[in-house]
Design a protein around this ligand. Structure first.
Ligand SMILES: *[C@@H]1O[C@H](CO)[C@@H](O)[C@H](O)[C@H]1NC(C)=O
Ligand SMILES: *[C@@H]1O[C@H](CO)[C@@H](O)[C@H](O)[C@H]1NC(C)=O
Ligand SMILES: *[C@@H]1O[C@H](CO)[C@@H](O)[C@H](O)[C@H]1NC(C)=O
Ligand SMILES: *[C@@H]1O[C@H](CO)[C@@H](O)[C@H](O)[C@H]1NC(C)=O
Ligand SMILES: *[C@@H]1O[C@H](CO)[C@@H](O)[C@H](O)[C@H]1NC(C)=O
Ligand SMILES: *[C@@H]1O[C@H](CO)[C@@H](O)[C@H](O)[C@H]1NC(C)=O
Ligand SMILES: *[C@@H]1O[C@H](CO)[C@@H](O)[C@H](O)[C@H]1NC(C)=O
Ligand SMILES: *[C@@H]1O[C@H](CO)[C@@H](O)[C@H](O)[C@H]1NC(C)=O
Ligand SMILES: *[C@@H]1O[C@H](CO)[C@@H](O)[C@H](O)[C@H]1NC(C)=O
Ligand SMILES: *[C@@H]1O[C@H](CO)[C@@H](O)[C@H](O)[C@H]1NC(C)=O
Ligand SMILES: *[C@@H]1O[C@H](CO)[C@@H](O)[C@H](O)[C@H]1NC(C)=O
Length: 699
């Protein structure tokens, strides 16, 4: 007791709490203000599994931003081509893999229709659109005056106001913390003289990227809507898209009615309010069920949830640092904390574009899941971490065991571009990338450091065992060198090498060692025997490949550092000392090789073409190497851009937003705030007086 008390006292002395009022002040100093709709990003309210994207009116009057959930998905009909009418007809392709043919989930040119169908289906459904109906058709945003909008991230409430035809309209929008519902209140005299609302419903489209908008509103013949049920204060609309059906429930206070759809459209109208203030709820559900329809209850839950989010969890206060760089870093931290909670705190792995729009048809990528979900643990928001972990691995385990078995491996081979059933989209890269495999070890170990108990060990054990079994079995024993090789064929983190030539990439080798080390520890902690194959592979992994005193992308890569085709895409070599801790087994990393690698990346890498999370990875590498200014410099690199509302800009390669950037920024800042094993505590630039609270050291 005494010892515990002393530890507690020391901790409290070491770290002064940041008061609730100070946290609030910092958060609200970055409230997002707009006076016009953005043409690339909405302002959002949401809860991680559901989000609503608003334009400058607080609804979706002029810009059809999306309403996305984690549950609503749609399949277009299967092809009718003979021999390609069922998903079980798809065969994939066989590639030579160490002298045997292995079947990979790749588009088969002889089965183009079913291959394409599997890539494009299912897609995530944009649930609908709601906006103001001004009583005539051709009102545009330019017809509104004094447009003004503020998103208070502390309360999760978006307040918008404007003047139309001389009268003011005020709108407040928020989202329920635990259902697919928004609460809206509207105040305007215009309500009594015809200002109404419209609702509309789109069909998904077949594009890989649906940005900034999702679906099409004019393919009305291809889907159905109907007014299912009305009462004096509510209306329910059924939307049927092939096999997918869901319900939209609008409720209102006072008088009013929903009518529609207008002929040839799926557009419904709400009119007839006799009051200058109405409160609405708009809810979406897969079944006709009793829903929360009390505006104030939804609003209250939203406010309470957001306040508890901001007052629990870790926090960084840079407000005492008199530097525009620190202020910009703080802005990115606050908006990223807000946006990752809205868009990525999902019970599925998050999508790169979150709930803003659909990237890759809305499917998620398990190799990106580390970036997306780790921040919830590092910022001490474990309840959000646990929304998807470890359950999503348990959910995808059977299909991952099948995938490994069908390819002649033991254990579970995790998918890459994935739908909610765990099916992996056919793709050459999708089927050959391997760096998603050790992620469960990273997640499990991070959780265990916070909760070192038998529950943590038990909940991850089956997953880690199946993962390590695959990793050990995937590594190929090279009889001539006596070491275990990774690949070929494979794609490394940088998806731009020849898969048949790629062997022993630096990052994957380091990550295989890390994963097997954690898996072995997991067994030891439980008093179980470590499967010998794990240790044999770990202790005989190929050495990290080097070229001229730098770590190479992979062993034998031609023209490392001199070929522009090589010096772009993700510089994952930096990840072995940024994202990953130093090795727990085997030879230590060579510090001069690490430093020289980081310098070469800075000098010759095509960072203009990089995806944003590369900058956070490089920042973490600089932190461990001792260059704190260099780390901040990467986090403020011009290619690592965040828009006025904090949405990470996709850049040249991917649409906006690209949330791995926001998430990776939070991981890097957690490292600056909490340090890492052997170098605990703050690592901000010289002279920065930063208050931090609630961080623990990373690995
Ligand atoms: C609108 O916002 C922009 C950017 O914040 C600002 O420069 C401009 O002055 C604002 N316009 C009005 C009319 O408030
Ligand atoms: C889409 O079709 C696949 C293959 O038949 C099926 O597994 C999945 O459940 C379907 N999803 C939806 C949303 O209908
Ligand atoms: C890799 O090898 C397979 C045969 O195993 C071949 O079908 C494929 O085209 C090759 N890919 C590349 C990119 O060379
Ligand atoms: C468009 O707006 C103008 C007023 O700005 C109005 O006179 C005209 O009738 C409108 N046209 C239609 C088709 O609604
Ligand atoms: C504007 O308001 C006046 C009354 O104040 C009304 O007669 C007129 O129809 C309105 N115009 C539009 C376009 O709503
Ligand atoms: C829907 O609108 C798009 C873009 O305006 C257009 O290209 C397309 O032909 C329209 N489709 C139908 C069915 O009207
Ligand atoms: C054990 O860890 C779990 C998280 O894995 C946590 O929810 C639980 O509270 C912990 N139990 C104890 C007794 O600390
Ligand atoms: C074993 O490793 C050597 C050196 O990297 C390589 O040339 C050879 O192809 C490997 N053997 C097999 C069977 O992969
Ligand atoms: C190693 O560095 C030297 C001198 O800079 C250069 O000439 C040589 O091409 C480099 N070797 C490789 C494999 O890049
Ligand atoms: C690290 O690498 C450098 C350059 O390749 C080498 O000269 C040095 O001996 C290595 N250091 C250790 C400790 O292996
Ligand atoms: C601010 O960051 C930039 C890099 O983005 C750097 O060049 C500059 O020196 C920094 N300024 C200060 C005052 O630290």
């Amino acid at each position: 007791m005494r010892a515990l008390g002393l530890v507690f006292l020391l901790l409290s002395v070491a770290e002064a709490a940041i008061s609730v009022s100070q946290r609030r002040k910092v958060v609200q100093s970055f409230s997002v203000r707009r006076n016009a709709s953005s043409t690339s990003t909405p302002l959002q309210v949401g809860n991680g599994n559901f989000a609503f994207g608003a334009d400058v009116t607080g609804l979706q009057t002029f810009q059809p931003y999306a309403i996305l959930s984690s549950w609503c998905w749609h399949n277009f009909s299967l092809p009718t081509t003979p021999g390609q009418t069922s998903v079980t007809d798809f065969t994939g392709l066989q590639w030579w893999t160490h002298d045997r043919l292995v079947t990979y989930n790749q588009p088969n040119p002889a089965q183009d229709d079913i291959s394409t169908w599997l890539i494009k289906n299912p897609q995530r459904v944009n649930l609908g659109r709601i906006g103001f109906n001004f009583g005539r058709d051709n009102v545009s945003e330019a017809d509104l005056q004094q447009k003004s909008q503020v998103l208070d991230m502390w309360s999760g409430e978006l307040s918008s106001s404007f003047i139309y035809n001389g009268s003011s309209v005020g709108v407040k929008t928020s989202a329920d913390s635990d259902s697919d519902t928004i609460a809206v209140s509207i105040e305007s005299d215009l309500l009594k003289s015809g200002l109404g609302l419209f609702l509309d419903f789109p069909l998904p489209d077949k594009n890989k990227f649906n940005a900034p908008f999702v679906g099409v509103f004019n393919a009305t013949d291809e889907h159905k809507t109907s007014l299912e049920k009305t009462t004096p204060n509510s209306a329910v609309i059924r939307h049927t898209l092939d096999q997918t059906t869901y319900f939209t429930t609008l409720t209102w206070t006072g008088t009013g009615a929903v009518s529609g759809p207008e002929k040839g459209t799926h557009r419904y109208s709400f009119t007839g309010s006799s009051s200058s203030k109405i409160q609405l709820t708009l809810a979406f559900s897969p079944t006709l069920q009793a829903l929360e329809t009390n505006h104030d209850a939804v609003l209250g839950r939203s406010q309470a949830w957001w306040e508890s989010y901001w007052t629990s969890g870790a926090f960084v206060d840079l407000s005492a640092v008199k530097s525009a760089n620190a202020t910009e870093l703080q802005r990115r931290i606050i908006t990223s904390l807000y946006l990752t909670a809205v868009n990525s705190a999902s019970n599925n792995p998050p999508q790169e574009s979150g709930l803003v729009n659909n990237g890759w048809y809305g499917k998620f990528h398990l190799e990106m899941n580390l970036w997306h979900t780790l921040p919830f643990a590092r910022w001490n928001h474990f309840p959000l971490f646990w929304r998807s972990l470890p359950d999503m691995y348990t959910r995808f385990l059977p299909s991952s065991l099948d995938r490994a078995r069908d390819q002649g491996y033991a254990g579970a081979r995790w998918s890459k571009m994935t739908d909610p059933t765990g099916r992996s989209a056919p793709g050459e890269i999708n089927s050959l990338v391997i760096w998603q495999q050790p992620h469960p070890m990273y997640f499990a170990e991070t959780e265990y450091r916070a909760f070192p108990n038998a529950t943590t060990l038990a909940r991850w054990d089956v997953i880690l065992t199946a993962t390590a079994d695959f990793m050990a079995s995937y590594a190929f024993h090279n009889a001539s060198t006596g070491v275990y090789d990774l690949g070929p064929p494979m794609y490394p983190v940088s998806e731009n090498t020849n898969p048949n030539a790629t062997v022993n990439p630096t990052f994957e080798l380091a990550y295989w060692r890390f994963g097997l080390d954690i898996a072995a520890r997991w067994k030891t902690r439980q008093g179980q025997t470590i499967p010998p194959s794990w240790l044999t592979v770990r202790d005989n992994l190929a050495p990290l490949p080097t070229v001229n005193g730098t770590y190479a992308v992979y062993e034998g890569i031609p023209s490392m550092w001199t070929d522009p085709a090589t010096t772009n895409d993700h510089p994952a070599m930096a990840g072995i000392y940024g994202l990953l801790p130093p090795p727990m087994s085997g030879a230590p990393l060579n510090m001069s090789t690490l430093r020289k690698t980081a310098d070469m990346i800075r000098q010759v890498w095509d960072l203009e073409e990089s995806y944003g999370w590369d900058f956070a990875m490089l920042a973490m590498n600089e932190l461990r190497l001792g260059d704190r200014e260099g780390a901040v410099g990467y986090l403020l690199h011009k290619v690592f851009a965040f828009d006025d509302a904090g949405y990470p800009v996709g850049g040249k390669r991917v649409p906006t937003p690209y949330f791995p950037n926001a998430a990776s920024l939070l991981i890097a800042v957690a490292m600056m705030a909490g340090g890492w094993d052997g170098s605990e505590g703050k690592h901000f630039p010289e002279g920065w007086e930063v208050e931090v609270e609630g961080f623990s050291a990373g690995m």
